[in-house]
Design a protein around this ligand. Structure first.
Ligand code: GCB
Length: 595
């Protein structure tokens, strides 16, 4: 799906701003709130999560639907054009109404969707209403618990003598980040002529210094496709006619981590025009090495969240710029979009700045306790397939994307065969969807790794490990031994391996000469300990710490004002560990760290 852009052929209107908003009291659909202006609405900013914009537990802890409204004025000059209403992301489920009529529905809170509206709008003011549902359960991604405890002990297990009834239904997320909801990314209107460019696929390959870029353009209507590639100086370097073909760029500039170079493919079709940026770079696995442009790459960076004060999970462009600036300051070169696809604006920034991205689906929480039905209880398969298709359709041309992660920490151990039967087809699907055929994997959790038959079938092992925190917390000697022991197992597999999460909750400002857990010194000692083991293993291709910054979570006995494993506070102030990594990562080259 193409990102909406303004150009000679296409108009673009951003509907960001202050909208009317009302939490559903259970009667919203029955009383048809979508048909007339909301009564007594509050004013809310779009895009942003609704939870932290207004005081009160009703907003923070809302369960179910909420209604957004704004007036939509379509300028008369857009007449004669195809007009599309596009949402960057609405979390988790949306029903969109235009002038009281249902226009479209969408499931899944982290990917774009759009609908043509030229036949549903009239001159002057139109009423746009978006109903948003924040409920998570065994059919959604991410997963919400339907029975039993929420993540990290927010609920007690059933005790017969205790009245366990809650007053109100509530979400029980099976994931460790606050279940923010709302219109999280920009809402835009764009136009195209009626014969238009629907999609563009670009696949670069290298032969010596020449880049061969296979392209295909899908269009609707009548016209001829013309494509021309420009370099960063605006010089034309290749062109072709026809919907499919191969473009040759002699002496191509490569897109490299930390040193990005972007070409622009200018595509025209009849009256329509679209410019897609792309990079010439290859990604490939050979033995235990992860190669970018044919050279062994070492990932240095983070698991992140889209999370900031007040905005919640809503697009915060200044924070995105700041985060990538802090990564450069540290000598980091990569991050994972844990635990859902990030905003397109962030992906564009990573392309521009040469940050390597592990692009993850929202499949988090596919795990279970010993006594329940395991995989049989999840109703996610088709939705999971859909998000893989949609994520790759959205991000396929981004040079920053190096790996697709189809899930975070699913249970691959207690029911190994069931896990395999669930994930292997999804792995195959991801490969089939990606025109660039990038490596595909899933992120495994700390468990009895010898029982896991799913991870070894992935292209690269992505592993979250918490020796020294959840396992042997406070005993770094035991943590080091256990980590070293485990790595002997992975050494035999003959695949590249990277640590995608390791970390220790750290409250900024707690200092100790003899470090205890939660102190800034313990976080540093913890990382030094695990890094010692990583540095011994030539098949390790990267280290991504958990987390880039402190972030909001559900309330519970294991979380003190959120998850504190950040290397930065939620306000992006560095903890001691940031200075340790700054020194370490500036010494570790992007390429050929391990021979
Ligand atoms: C994990 C999860 C991540 C949590 C983290 C933690 O393994 O993947 O979502 O936030 O552990 O801090 O416990």
């Amino acid at each position: 799906m193409l990102y909406p852009k303004l150009n000679d052929a296409r108009a673009l209107i951003d509907l960001s701003g202050i909208w009317d908003f009302k939490l559903d009291d259970g009667t919203g659909f029955e009383k048809e709130w979508m048909k007339k202006p909301l009564e007594d609405p509050v004013k809310l900013a779009v895009p942003a999560s609704y939870n932290d914009q207004v005081e009160g537990a009703a907003f923070r802890d809302h369960y179910g639907w909420a209604f957004y409204q704004t007036e939509l004025v379509i300028p008369a000059i857009l007449k004669g054009q195809r007009i599309v209403l596009r949402f960057g992301a609405v979390t988790h489920q949306a029903k969109v109404y235009l002038n009281g009529e249902l226009l479209c529905e969408h499931r899944g809170g982290f990917l774009p969707f759009e609908a043509e509206i030229q036949t549903c709008v009239h001159p002057g003011k139109n009423l746009l209403c978006v109903a948003v549902d924040n409920r998570v359960d065994y059919s959604t991604l991410p997963i919400g618990n339907e029975v039993g405890a929420a993540f990290f002990g927010a609920d007690l297990p059933d005790i017969p003598s205790v009245n366990m009834t809650r007053q109100k239904p509530h979400n029980a997320p099976n994931f460790d980040f606050f279940n923010y909801a709302g219109i999280h990314r920009p809402v835009k209107i764009y136009t195209t002529p009626f014969s238009y460019i629907e999609d563009i696929v670009l696949v670069p390959e290298l032969t010596g210094t020449e880049a061969l870029v296979s392209y295909s353009v899908s269009c609707v209507g009548e016209g001829e496709v013309q494509i021309e590639v420009f370099d960063e100086d605006g010089k034309s370097v290749a062109k072709a006619v026809g919907a499919k073909g191969v473009l040759s760029i002699p002496d191509a500039h490569l897109w490299n981590p930390g040193n990005a170079y972007l070409y622009t493919a200018r595509v025209s079709f009849g009256e329509d025009l679209y410019e897609e940026e792309f990079g010439v770079r290859t990604v490939e696995i050979k033995g235990t090495k992860f190669l970018i442009n044919g050279k062994p790459f070492y990932f240095k960076g983070f698991g992140k969240h889209e999370d900031s004060e007040v905005h919640g999970r809503g697009l915060d462009q200044a924070m995105n710029v700041k985060d990538l600036s802090l990564m450069k300051w540290l000598g980091a070169n990569s991050f994972r979009t844990s635990h859902y696809p990030y905003a397109e604006e962030m992906m564009n920034l990573c392309d521009r700045l040469g940050i390597v991205v592990i692009d993850e689906t929202p499949a988090v929480g596919l795990n279970f306790g010993w006594n329940d039905k395991g995989y049989a209880k999840f109703r996610t398969k088709e939705h999971h397939e859909q998000v893989i298709r949609d994520l790759i359709a959205r991000d396929k041309n981004h040079p920053c994307v190096a790996i697709w992660s189809i899930a975070n920490e699913p249970d691959t151990e207690k029911q190994p065969q069931e896990a395999h039967d669930y994930f292997k087809p999804l792995y195959d699907l991801a490969h089939a969807c990606d025109p660039q055929n990038r490596p595909v994997s899933l992120v495994i959790c700390q468990n009895d790794y010898t029982r896991d038959i799913t991870a070894p079938e992935m292209d690269i092992i992505l592993a979250n490990r918490y020796y020294g925190w959840y396992v042997f917390g406070g005993d770094l000697e035991a943590a080091e031994n256990a980590m070293r022991e485990e790595m002997k197992y992975w050494a035999k597999l003959g695949k590249p391996w990277m640590i995608t999460e390791y970390g220790a909750d750290t409250v900024a400002g707690i200092h100790m000469a003899t470090p205890n857990m939660f102190s800034e010194e313990y976080q540093v000692e913890y990382y030094k300990t695990i890094n010692r083991v990583l540095d011994e293993c030539p098949f390790v291709v990267g280290e991504q710490t958990w987390n880039f910054a402190d972030f909001a979570t559900i309330q519970g006995t294991l979380r003190v004002d959120g998850n504190k494993k950040g290397m930065f506070t939620r306000q992006r102030r560095p903890k001691l560990a940031a200075h340790y990594f700054k020194e370490r990562w500036h010494k570790i080259p992007d390429f050929e760290y391990t021979k």
